[in-house]
Design a protein around this ligand. Structure first.
Ligand SMILES: [Zn+2]
Length: 205
């Protein structure tokens, strides 16, 4: 299963700016890299449309996913609309994109406690129009809100969102959760009985 992860913006295109100058492009990249790590750990094959602070045309992002023949495409963005806006929304165009978006949106809202702005149909977004596979675009929160800009600065919040998105994708793909690690077996203990001198072995299970 191949998943293309598309960190929004980059290079000369910083995307939205937070009140103290944090860029959407930098946060989208960090979340996407954490997300890629999580998906690889689930056994998926992952390709990022960019893995550094470079400018990639929207058409090239779609081309990367289409030529690579990704099975799914997930674009990662942050929203911008004044200092009091809050919430997470996930955008889709097709029914299959909506099915992919649904658990991603639910898990992000549940993990962060941010407002649920819901799933939104959009037929005007380049990456949703230009990709051949089920696709969605996650708006992971408002960088224009100072409280959320502060959260987005932290690795903890970036990882929280990435984990939630990975959980949503795993649910969509019906992947079994990673098997629990069995406890280390405790080796039997042998000793000579201090009273009779006989060798005694105890196994703890
Ligand atoms: Zn954006």
């Amino acid at each position: 299963m191949k998943i293309a992860i598309d960190p929004g913006h980059g290079g000369k295109d910083t995307g939205a700016l937070g009140p103290t100058g944090l860029t959407e492009a930098s946060v989208a990249l960090a979340i996407s890299q954490y997300l890629a790590d999580k998906l690889v750990a689930l056994g998926l094959i992952v390709r990022l449309t960019r893995d550094s602070d470079v400018f990639i045309e929207l058409g090239a992002r779609c081309g990367i996913a289409n030529i690579w023949a990704a099975d799914y495409f997930v674009s990662v963005h942050l929203n911008c609309d004044g200092s009091t806006a809050t919430g997470i929304e996930t955008l889709y165009k097709t029914d299959k994109g909506k099915a992919l978006a649904t658990p991603i949106q639910r898990e992000m809202v549940e993990a962060t406690g941010d407002q649920n702005r819901g799933l939104k149909y959009r037929n005007d977004l380049y990456v949703l129009n230009g990709t051949n596979m089920p696709a969605c675009l996650a708006e992971t929160g408002f960088i224009s809100n100072p409280d959320f800009e502060a959260k987005f600065r932290t690795d903890d919040y970036r990882k929280l969102l990435a984990s939630a998105m990975a959980t949503g994708i795993a649910q969509y793909l019906d992947l079994a959760p990673a098997p629990p690690v069995p406890p280390e077996p405790v080796p039997p203990i042998s000793f000579n009985c201090p009273k009779c001198g006989r060798k005694t072995t105890i196994s703890i299970s």
